[in-house]
Every structure is written in C-alpha cells, then in structure tokens.
Write a protein that binds this ligand. Structure first.
Ligand SMILES: Cc1ncc(COP(=O)(O)O)c(C=O)c1O
Length: 449
C-alpha cells in the first residue's frame, strides 16, 4: 500500500488522482501488486453466478460432482477407523512428495488407463489443479507459449494467465485435438520467434467440449510432441467415468519421458478431499516436489489417509460404477431433451463419459449476451468465451449434467430452449441480439416448475 502520495498527485484536489495514488476505497493495495497479479481478474460472469446459484435457478453451469452418491455413513466409519489406527500420522506433517502408501495405491488406479509407473514417479498434490500449477510454475517463463485445445479447461487457462504464458488454441473436433493442426500451430509459434513449452490436453471426456481423443489422435499428438520435443501435460481427471465402462488408454501409457500425467480423486471419490497427483519423468518430478514444498510444505496427510483408507477397505471400483450410472442417466436426460426442444440450427457434442456437453447456438446468437435473459428465466450455463484466452466462443456454451437430477435437467433444457427461441426471434426482428439488463430487476422468479 502506498502510504504517501507519489510526486505528481501531492496536494492534488482531483479525487481520482488521490485514489490512483493511494489505492482505492475497495482496495487500498491496488498500486502495490506484482505485475503478474494484473492478469488475475475475476470473470465478468461471476456476478451472474451469485444469482445463478439460487435454488430456483436450474444450474447447468457448475461442474460439481454429485457427492450425494457417496455412502456417507461408510466414509464416516472409514475416517473414524483411520484416526483410531493411525491418527498421529494423519494429523502430522508428511512427505512433500506424498504418502508412500497412497502413491502405491495410485499405481493401481492408473493401471486402468494403462499407465505403468514406479511410486517414486508420483507426487501427490492438493487436487490436480495444484499439480497443473506446479508444472506450469517449473516450466514456463512469461511469454512462453502453451498450446491448448479450442476450447480449454478454464482452471488451466487461469494458471497459464497467472504465469503470464501466451496461450495458443488448436482446433479440435468430435475426435479430439487434431495433430495436424497442432503441428501447424507449433510451426507458427516457432516462426514468430516464440518458444512453445507445453502442450496441454484433456484427452478423455473433455472439459468443456465433452469429446474424447481417439487412439489414433492420441498417437498423433504424441508424435507431434516428440517431433518438436515439447512436453505434453495430460490432464485426465474423468478417465474412469466412461459410460460404457471402458477406460481409454492414456497418452502417458505409451511414453513415460514426453508426458506429465495428472490424475485426481475429485470425480471418482470426493472433490472436497482435494487429493490429486502428477506422474512425471524423474527430473521433472524432483522439481515438482521442490515447488510443492515451497508452496504447501506437504499435501494434507489427513485427506491422503482418508483416500488411502477408502482405496484399501471400501469397494472403490463399485463406487466409480455408481457415479457412472448416475452421470449416464443425467447425460441421457440432457441429450434427449436437447434433441426434443432445442431449435433448429443448435448443435451439441455427445459425451461418452464425464460431465459436459458443448453446445453451439444458431448463427447470429451470442451466449454471453444471452446469459442475463437465461438467468432471469431461471436457467444457467457457462458462456463459451470463458474457455478461450482470445475471445473466441461467443456462439457456444457449456452445459454440465453432473449435479442436477434428470427432471431438473429436462426443466433446465426446456427453459433454455425457450430462451434460444426468444433470442432467435429478436435477432430475426432486429437483425441483432444484444445485451440487455436482467429481466425483472435482476432477480430470477421463484421456481414454479
Ligand atoms: C480438466 C480438469 N482438470 C483439473 C481439474 C481440477 O480438479 P481437482 O479437483 O483435482 O483439482 C478439473 C476440475 O473440474 C478439470 O475439469
């Protein structure tokens, strides 16, 4: 915080100049942040989500796992057992790399995706989000380029932004990231004199696109990465949630040197435990551990022990089956109602697992400017622009089917279909859509559905 006015504003009677010099009433430290903090900005849709989280609004926006499908009594028993048996370990500081027993068990979980590793290759983190942060922290200088899918996971974009990376989006389709487009994008980055550092991909049940890379595409992406010698950051939290019960083979399964693999217990167990992991080539793993120790000393021994107890003594594969069944039913409700109700010209992806479908609106519509109307009609989604670093995505939006029950999903789609129809009508009449204030004073109506 600037305690006294810098020269130029001293003695100024201009109230704006005084605020600029001494901070603002809202944030007196405004002039003291590091440059990198200037890129950390809240999304413009945050305010709308405060309204969208009201119970009368059907939220197809957030990606919250349906933790109500967990056997809470059994988890309570497992936690109590764990504390009785090894409470003084669980409540103590632990290893910066993570609990050795849990690292062994993670090998078993990853074997489903064909990943073979040694427990020493694994670092346990506070959710896979932290692993993502650590990887970018140890690899990227400001201005380094990260190649990502178009669209890409919003939490990854925030990390890239906070380390001042340049993000280049690469085309994807229903079969996932397109290797030829990746190759071309890397060449263009190099030709512009910039350094491509990472290829970030969510190959399985993509957030937000809902699509899955085919085995050929995975192979192609790996080949391009090898050819240009760029590390792949493979983010795979949804891997086990395929609706046909099969688990796609991870890119890391075919190359242990070129890929840092990120996994998570957030979607297959409980997001609130905040336990994820990275598997990395030896040297990279050492750097990640050092970076993690600097950030948090060690991941929580308590939550790691809960996960470990659950894996050892509860039927965790059956629990994953339960989650799959819940999400499959919800995916079906979403797809069926979109097919029945969305106006012509609206298209969407058909997810084979995970939480999301990516919707493209009819020509001329804009998902960002449509959102206030949608929220006033008591349905929420995430506009497509949130998943791009460069302003693309205006015609698209993400719908999540993971949390609301099927009936609510159908009702949400019914409301959204009416909103899209209204926008189309508006656009036909006036030749444009356009932002408008939230209807009815910004407060959604009570839910009469
Ligand atoms: C693609 C992707 N990566 C990472 C994460 C973060 O997961 P975690 O809860 O393990 O930090 C998410 C969460 O939604 C995600 O969708």
């Amino acid at each position: 915080m600037t305690a006294s006015s810098p020269s130029g504003s001293q003695g100024s009677t201009d109230p704006d100049a005084v605020v600029r010099a001494a901070g603002s009433r809202l944030d007196p430290w405004i002039n003291d942040y590091a440059l990198r903090a200037s890129s950390m900005t809240a999304s413009e849709i945050r305010a709308l989500f405060a309204v969208a989280s009201r119970p009368e609004v059907v939220s197809l926006a957030g990606g919250m796992p349906f933790v109500e499908a967990l056997p809470l009594d059994r988890i309570a028993d497992a936690v109590s057992r764990m504390i009785k048996e090894r409470g003084s370990y669980a409540l103590q500081y632990g290893s910066g790399q993570g609990d050795p027993q849990l690292r062994e068990q993670i090998l078993d979980v990853m074997s489903e995706s064909g990943v073979v590793a040694h427990p020493d290759d694994i670092i346990v983190t506070t959710g896979s989000q932290m692993a993502l942060d650590l990887a970018v922290r140890v690899f990227c200088d400001p201005g380094d380029v990260v190649l990502v899918e178009a669209p890409s996971y919003v939490g990854a974009l925030s990390v890239f932004k906070s380390y001042e990376c340049d993000v280049e989006h690469v085309a994807m389709d229903d079969d996932g990231l397109i290797p030829e487009a990746l190759d071309e994008a890397i060449r263009a980055v190099k030709a512009s004199g910039r350094r491509p550092k990472l290829i970030y991909t969510v190959p399985t049940y993509h957030n937000p696109a809902g699509v899955t890379q085919t085995p050929d595409r995975r192979h192609g992406v790996l080949e391009v990465a090898k050819k240009h010698d760029i590390l792949v950051l493979e983010d795979d939290p949804y891997a086990l949630l395929g609706f046909d019960g099969k688990v796609p083979r991870a890119i890391r399964a075919d190359d242990s040197d070129q890929v840092v693999y990120l996994g998570s217990f957030s979607k297959t167990m409980a997001a609130g435990l905040r336990v994820g992991w990275a598997v990395a080539p030896h040297g990279v793993r050492e750097k990640l551990v050092l970076a993690s120790e600097a950030a948090v000393l060690c991941p929580s021994n308590f939550t790691q022990s809960v996960v470990s107890e659950f894996l050892a003594h509860e039927p965790w594969r059956e629990q994953v089956d339960t989650f799959r069944d819940v999400y499959r039913e919800r995916r079906d409700a979403l797809l069926e109602s979109m097919a029945q109700l969305f106006p012509e010209g609206t298209t969407w992806t058909v997810p084979q697992g995970g939480f999301y479908s990516w919707v493209t609106l009819p020509e001329g519509l804009d998902s960002s400017t449509m959102l206030p109307l949608a929220v006033s009609e008591r349905v929420a989604y995430v506009p497509g622009t949130g998943f791009f670093a460069d302003g693309q995505g205006r015609r698209s939006l993400r719908l999540s089917y993971c949390y609301p029950p099927p009936d609510r999903i159908r009702e949400g789609v019914r409301r959204l279909a009416a909103v899209i129809e209204q926008e189309l009508e508006f656009s036909k009449t006036f030749g444009t859509t356009g932002s408008r204030p939230l209807a009815r004073g910004g407060v959604p109506n009570p839910d009469l559905a």
